[in-house]
Write a protein that binds this ligand. Sequence first.
Ligand code: BES
Ligand code: ZN
Length: 628
Amino acid sequence: MYKSILLFCGLVFIFFTCKTEKKDIKLVTDSSSNELNFDHDPHSFSKPEISSIKHLHLIANIDFPARKIVAKARYTLNPGFGKELILDTRGLEIKSVDLLNESSTINTKFKFGESDSILGKALVIDLNPAFPTVEINYNTTDDAAALMWIDKEQTDSKKFPYLFTQSQSIYARTWIPVPDGPGMRFTYSAEINVPKGMMAAMSANNTQNMNPTGNYKFEMNFPIPAYLLALAVGEFSFLPIGDHTGVYASPSLIEKAKNEFEDLEKMLLTAENLYGKYPWGRYDVLVLPPSFPFGGMENPMLTFVTPSVIAGDRSLTSLLAHELAHSWSGNLITNSTWNDFWINEGFTTYFESRIMESLYGKEYADMLSILGYQDLQKTVRSSDSLDPLTKLHMDLEGQDPELSLGDIAYEKGKLFLRMLEEHYGREKFDSFLKAYFDKFKFQSMNASKFEKFLTENLIHNDTKMLDAIKVWIHTPGLPEFKPSYTYAKFNNVETQVNQFLKSKKTSEIDAKNYSTHEWLHLIRTLPQDSQKFIVKTLDNAFQLSNSGNAEIQCAWLEYVIKNGDAKQYYKNIEAFLCEKGRRKFLITLYTALTEQGQIKIAEIIFQKAKKSYHPISIESIEELLAKS
Ligand code: BES
Ligand code: ZN
């Protein structure tokens, strides 16, 4: 019976989707247009409905002394291209543009069109129907926000300089002219020339060994959006973890990294068990220098991670589960514009939690989930009840796409899926998700497309739930729903904190077996230190201000600052802010400092630390300090 209902629904579904797919595809009546229909992307000047690219071949020389990438980008256009090709650029120097076919090359006209301080400039190239390939000679400039150039003196071994890119959300355009919207996909290949003795890696098929000539070739044969283009050049080596997984890191970190990421292959198999075969071939991780502005970045085949994930006890590896999950939610099915960032991050945060639960049990995974849920409640509580930024589906026209960051896309998105899971049961919800990942692979997704699939395959005509999902996706705030997480471990922490507050004895806190999450919960549970004994007593007992675990240390230093102890702990705060480049940590501590009126301290530290921060982090901290 159940199977025949499914079969019936499947047939109804196929019937409807075939119909809508016809509607989605623009009929090609004019040879100057492409056949695919793209959502309007408020963060890209590119007009893929006029001309879009099928493949990018990048030939680049990495000029460390001049801190420049000097490159030739060759694009194969999709058939049916129009009179012009419009690409996104920001701070690029375009030297010339040629058109190519099998037998000849001609020079073509180009100009800069629309421009905007956040979006950069449209590069408008005249096309000719007889020439399906476009070649741009260009170089990057000092304004390339995606690029982090590190002098050799600033690296571990001090032998070689380092370069890495960060393209999400709209920084690919600062190092390659591209259609830079998440809804526009293309395959790519690259030839990268680097100084002899250095290694290069990309979000593509990578070599595991250093090539003494300094010439590296890459291929990404699946279509990806520009924000997943990534390159790193430096001194790093490779160690395998399992048959399909491995790690790249600097020689001084490689052994530690391999040890920390020991479960990577298991994670991959667990993820495959949940939602279908890993589609990209290999899954490797590259540990970047500390200035990497994020925890992790899901560059296909090669996740980039912060070195601060290496805590020595494998306690922060949910970050790997998160980036790995993006191989499905994000890289395989991608938000069509940044308005639906939750389609990437909400699904991934849910998926991450399922991987953690399968590998380490419900109690462990639930602790992580509760911390995220607390963050979400705090964000919603502190925002206006009508704040449009607390909606899942947003309208970011005219605004920086990174406004969409924060807990909403991640945690409200995850909670929405958790609500569906609890309502329909895990088995049914998992087969729904598996079907979703299979059906829409290598496609773009937006809120209405997802709602439609959800309605046809899970909700059907349950009007109450149909109304509820509209509220979840399209209204601000947090609908009434309490996830069934297990609170036992955190309740235990709270009891111990209460006893400690009463007796002032740290022996009340039985921290021997505390996980990172219990520590974080403990810090969150502490009251304002009106009697000025908490900070001193706990720090003396547990050395939290020197914790080797960056998450714990950051949360603790934030607590210390918020309790007015910034001056006493100045050395620790300064050392942390000079050594760590992850933007989340920087924003947390600089915000705490400015909110406590310690603007001078914040500015002094920033001036000292700035040279070791990524341009993306510098931009955020400068904005933060300017506002205070
Ligand atoms: N894709 C994001 C990082 C990102 C988001 C870069 C938006 C630029 C703009 C990545 O998957 C991510 O979410 N990283 C988190 C870690 C994760 C465990 C929540 C981070 O960096 O903090
Ligand atoms: Zn993510």
